[in-house]
Design a protein around this ligand. Structure first.
Ligand code: FES
Length: 143
């Protein structure tokens, strides 16, 4: 069985940005119906820059680590830059994830995209957000 990187273990044990943002500019809630894990991501946006991000995740260790990392990654980024963050980038920033845990990083990308989508909707602007394809949903839950 593949091991978790020390970064994954660190973000799992001491996740960053846990919590909620009151009056968030965007909130995204996503879930994986197979494992039942749920992730909610909040963003605060000022002048198109994400000034704060927080999350609540009811899920596995990798889901918590990827939530922690994705919220770190988006802070200070423009909404356009944030839109380009892929699950692979989140996994890479964590020093990689075991193959069977890649779907957990997809949840992080989906949560971010869904929060951005919500931001555009709240603004009354057409949303350019495309949710990730079924890529991570192979539900490779073995092991
Ligand atoms: Fe479901 Fe990790 S997100 S097992």
């Amino acid at each position: 069985m593949e091991q978790y990187s020390s970064k994954v273990m660190d973000h799992f044990a001491h996740p960053h940005n846990v919590g909620e943002i009151e009056n968030a500019d965007g909130v995204g809630t996503v879930g994986n119906p197979v494992c039942g894990d749920v992730m909610r991501l909040y963003i605060k946006v000022e002048n198109k820059i994400i000034t704060d991000a927080k999350f609540k995740t009811f899920g596995c260790g990798a889901a918590i680590a990827t939530s922690s990392m994705v919220t770190d990654l988006v802070k200070g980024k423009s909404i356009d830059e944030a839109l380009k963050i892929s699950n692979a980038a989140v996994a890479e920033a964590l020093g990689g994830l075991p193959k069977v845990k890649m779907h957990c990083s997809v949840l992080a990308e989906e949560a971010l995209k869904s929060a951005l989508d919500d931001y555009y909707k709240k603004k009354g602007v057409a949303s350019p957000v495309k949710m990730p394809a079924e890529s991570g949903h192979e539900h490779d839950m073995g092991e």
